[in-house]
Design a protein around this ligand. Structure first.
Ligand SMILES: Nc1ncnc2c1ncn2[C@@H]1O[C@H](COP(=O)(O)OP(=O)(O)OP(=O)(O)O)[C@@H](O)[C@H]1O
Ligand SMILES: [Mg+2]
Length: 252
């Protein structure tokens, strides 16, 4: 069982799109996957059709409050090999309340997650709240979506520094699995240039697989499906399948 946090302190870089589509692609490669939504915006949950404003189901809030932490009561089945613990808008206020009541504030512990899963992905919000810190302190890897934009590069160092701090003081197991380029646009020369810079600055940490700009990713989100289900032949589908294979190769 490997726990992986999708992390980047910058907003809108493709964390959720990657968490959802990568988790699904890995599940297609015969791995049992759980996606845990740690964002009170609940975008990953809504992406997979778990919209708390439309139907009733247990969320990460219920999981946190349950003293027995019986995981199977809180996971929702999305597809054959992919389960989800959805989030809800209430999460940010809720977490502060509960966290204040707990002595150790360690509301997520590694032993709450059982080894029925090969991979557990955490989708994180763009701000470093307690819950994100908590997920980093119990995980094996961090996976960082890097938007192909000059202004986004400095933010990557901040994210890496944060991971380094957690590793040094709280979780020596934590490693950066890698960074991967998102919003890559081969038609634009600047995109190639920025990718080259990313390669120079991050070396082997940068995945060869890239995620192109692809409107089908947005359409799939609007239809509450993963891109591979909605448009199997789309560039976004091929990109996330390639990334999934490269992620598995790195972990093995
Ligand atoms: N490769 C892509 N091509 C086109 N649109 C994309 C791509 N990746 C993500 N998007 C779109 O960009 C928007 C932001 O993406 P996403 O929600 O994945 O980012 P995020 O990092 O999770 O944002 P936040 O920090 O707010 O949680 C969404 O509307 C998404 O559909
Ligand atoms: Mg998001």
């Amino acid at each position: 069982m490997k726990l992986i946090v999708i992390l980047n302190n910058k907003g809108g870089v493709g964390k959720t799109t990657s968490a959802v589509n990568l988790a699904y692609c890995i599940s297609l490669l015969k791995k049992k996957v759980l996606l845990v939504d740690l964002d009170s915006a609940a975008s990953a949950s809504i992406h997979l059709g778990f919209d708390k404003t439309k139907k009733k189901f247990s969320t990460i809030c219920d999981f946190i409050i349950d003293k027995n932490k019986s995981l199977k009561n809180y996971t929702q089945k999305y597809s054959e090999n992919l389960d989800v613990i959805p989030s809800e808008r209430l999460l940010s206020d809720f977490y502060q309340e509960v966290a204040n009541d707990e002595d150790d504030k360690q509301l997520l512990q590694r032993n709450y997650f059982n080894s029925e899963y090969d991979f557990i992905f955490f989708d994180s919000p763009p701000n470093m709240g307690n819950l994100v810190f908590n997920s980093l302190s119990i995980s094996d890897y961090v996976l960082i979506p890097a938007q192909v934009q000059f202004s986004a590069i400095s933010g990557l160092y901040i994210t890496l520094e944060l991971v380094d701090k957690v590793r040094r003081y709280f979780n020596s197991r934590l490693k950066v699995l890698g960074l991967f380029a998102t919003y890559f646009d081969r038609r634009i020369k600047l995109s190639e240039e920025i990718f080259k810079q990313l390669k120079e600055q991050f070396g082997d940490q940068l995945f060869d697989s890239t995620i192109s700009i692809n409107s089908k990713l947005i359409e799939a989100y609007n239809n509450e499906k993963t891109v591979v289900e909605y448009f199997p032949g789309a560039k976004g589908s091929l990109d996330y399948m390639n990334l999934a294979k490269e992620v598995l190769m790195r972990i093995n």
